[in-house]
Write a protein that binds this ligand. Structure first.
Ligand SMILES: [Mg+2]
Length: 226
């Protein structure tokens, strides 16, 4: 069965939107976060998120511990438990799909393709996101780095994802927003990558197919499954 492999965070799930909304709310309420403009705060938070997320993926911290340590690092020490909890509440209040995600998955499945999520994160968190944004029933399998034991761009997670639907690399397409993890990872195992470039970054390799949006569905579908 042909398969669309698909990243979740900032490909189908609008993580950036939820993060931005949460940080704006926190900043308004906590003077420790008011020393930077919002864009600067977002950038600092993003770097720490990436750093501590590696500890979660490696099983060295729980997602809750990582969040608290991340905010502690952000504000330069002291008690950050309240801040971390407020962030989590604000972040989960603003979950939504990337515009057009569900319509696109429906169209892909109507073409007879399977949909498998391939994501560097923990299974409980990703299941919750899929459920909350209404994508659970549009996904055949969820493959997480937590369960497989290696993260994108490691070939092992792509081979695992192909295996769950018995697909060959030549019968698969990988859609994702992260160039090294999604595009290079897929390409290294012979899977055709499609780069989701929502912010108009310069492509490291213009020969790789690119989508700026998941809408309109027909346009996105034509790029994904030509
Ligand atoms: Mg992503």
């Amino acid at each position: 069965m042909p398969v669309l492999l698909c990243d979740l965070d900032d490909t189908l799930f609008d993580h950036q939107h939820a993060t931005r909304a949460a940080l704006a709310r926190l900043q308004a309420a906590d003077p420790r976060l008011q020393q930077w403009p919002l864009e600067d705060l977002k950038r600092r938070h993003h770097l720490l998120l990436e750093q501590f997320h590696q500890e979660v993926l490696a099983g060295r911290l729980t997602i809750d511990e990582a969040r608290e340590q991340r905010f502690q690092a952000l504000v330069g020490g002291g008690d950050a438990a309240g801040l971390a909890q407020a962030y989590r509440e604000a972040y989960t209040a603003d979950w939504r799909e990337v515009a057009g995600a569900s319509a696109l998955l429906r169209a892909v499945r109507d073409r007879g393709w399977a949909v498998v999520i391939v994501t560097n994160n923990i299974v409980s968190e990703q299941r919750l996101k899929l459920a909350r944004i209404g994508l659970t029933d549009l996904v055949d399998h969820l493959v997480t780095s937590e369960e497989v034991g290696v993260s994108k761009p490691h070939a092992g997670i792509f081979h695992h994802a192909l295996g769950v639907v018995d697909a060959a690399p030549s019968g698969a397409v990988m859609l994702g927003d992260a160039w090294p993890a999604d595009v290079e990872g897929a390409r290294a195992v012979g899977i055709r990558p499609v780069w989701l470039n929502r912010h108009g970054a310069t492509s490291p390799d213009p020969s790789v197919a690119e989508l700026r949006d998941l809408v309109p569905t027909a346009t996105a579908l034509a790029t994904l499954l030509p």
